[in-house]
Design a protein around this ligand. Structure first.
Ligand code: NZQ
Ligand code: ZN
Length: 388
């Protein structure tokens, strides 16, 4: 194992009824609470009513901040920060998925920081030497794992940049995770969120060191779990066991545990984020298009690890196969799984119509230092063209 330091400051409450049981106690130290949420799904499924009732019964002043869009924008962050300042908000309660949680993390900084948080913390990494507003989250869709980290992915529409930073000071103080809240997530989003989780695990697993290590062992078990649970949830969307496993798997992929001692790649995410900045596509679907093509490009750089993935994650028998053959079979098993789930496999399906724009998007992608093969912008353009 490589050296590491580990701390996760989010206190996590998992299970049916956790909001009813714990929310009032968790907001006890703040009088003015910002209730931030997305486009309205929580109003249809009763989560909003439940949260508002608990806050009202606890005598809180509730400041509503609705309308956080998928792929949250910097303009929305500034709108939330201005409202928080104007109304004297003491804590933020984000109710939703990755988009709501990420937007709330950035608001928690922008509401107290005197400068421009995009310039100082997103356009480049910064040092958070102040306390953001306290944040708590109620998770309503499984996928990003944002509930247990300080990561926030924000789109600057003006600059055409979508980028994520992970500041431990932004870790939610608490995360309430009731899997029954995810039952109303439509199939398309459930599948794309599940694929995002699998993608986080792969982006971590396919990076050095590759000697036997606990983080890779855990990642293999978790990847097998996501594949099993996605299949089960597609077969029966009401399967609580599958849905609750998917919710915890999403958190496990991004709560830093399987990243301990790993370099981590995340080149695919860096490419997908820029696609998102240009065409505002769904995050998990963007990854589903790119990841197998990216792995076809790089699997020759670490055939042993891709062969191990084929055997240990997909159960492909190794007998009679070369390491290279097995490595390729693992990547093709991934591509077949994406098809089986009905996820898209071309950029056209994501809504991209003009091939000429690909050069500009490729040129704007950041390059990962953790990849088995350090990409160039030309290679990224090749991958995009192949995906088109
Ligand atoms: O907005 P509403 O009406 O609530 O609907 C949402 C939204 O349309 C809907 N939804 C959520 N809970 C629901 C529900 N619909 C019915 N029933 C429920 N219980 O789901 C849709 C998608 O929500 P969103 O939050 O956008 O999805 P996701 O959780 O996939 O988040 C995506 C964002 O997170 C970023 C992505 O780039 C993207 O911007 N990421 C954040 C990461 C992090 N902070 O660690 C890591 C990821 O790699 C990712 O980049
Ligand atoms: Zn992701």
């Amino acid at each position: 194992m490589n050296n590491f330091i580990f701390q996760n400051t989010t206190k996590t409450y998992f299970g049916k009824g956790c909001v009813r049981e714990y929310l009032a106690c968790l907001v006890r130290n703040s009088q003015v609470v910002m209730l931030a949420y997305g486009g309205g799904s929580i109003k249809k499924n009763g989560v909003y009513d439940e949260a508002v009732r608990i806050l009202n019964e606890a005598g809180k002043t509730v400041v509503e901040f609705p309308g956080i869009m998928p792929n949250p924008t910097y303009a929305k962050v500034l709108e939330g920060a201005a409202l928080a300042k104007e109304r004297g908000v003491e804590m933020i309660l984000g109710v939703g998925g990755g988009s709501v949680m990420d937007c709330c993390k950035a608001i928690s900084m922008a509401a107290v920081y005197p400068g421009d948080i995009w310039e100082d913390f997103w356009s480049k990494p910064g040092i958070v030497d102040f306390s953001p507003l306290p944040l708590g989250v109620i998770v309503t869709v499984a996928g990003t794992g944002s509930e247990m980290n300080g990561g926030a992915v924000i789109t600057n529409e003006e600059k055409k940049i979508k980028t994520g930073r992970d500041y431990p000071a932004c870790n939610p103080r608490f995360a309430l995770m009731d899997p029954s809240y995810t039952m109303t997530v439509p199939r398309r989003q459930m599948v794309s969120g599940g694929f995002d989780t699998l993608s986080h695990m792969m982006e971590t697993y396919f990076s050095g060191p590759d000697t036997e290590n606990v983080s890779d062992d855990m990642a293999e078990a978790l990847m097998r779990g996501v594949i099993r649970d996605l299949r089960a949830a597609v077969r029966d969307p009401g399967d609580y066991t599958a849905r609750s496993n998917l919710m915890w798997e999403a958190a496990m992929a991004e709560n830093r545990i399987i990243k301990l001692g790993k370099r981590c790649d995340f080149q695919c995410h860096l490419m997908e984020h820029q696609l998102g900045a240009y065409i505002n596509c769904n995050h998990g679907e963007g990854l589903a298009v790119l990841q197998p093509v990216y792995y076809r490009h790089i699997c020759g750089e670490s055939p042993g690890k891709f062969a191990r993935f084929a055997v240990r994650v997909w159960g492909i028998p190794g007998e009679g196969k070369t390491e290279e053959g097995l490595a390729k079979a693992g990547v093709e098993a991934l591509a077949a799984f994406i098809k089986e789930l009905g996820l898209p496999s071309t950029l056209r399906e994501l809504g991209l119509t003009d091939e000429n724009i690909l050069k500009e998007i490729a040129g704007s992608c950041s390059l990962s230092s953790g990849s088995y093969k350090k990409m160039t912008h030309e290679e990224i353009l090749d991958i995009f063209r192949e995906c088109f």
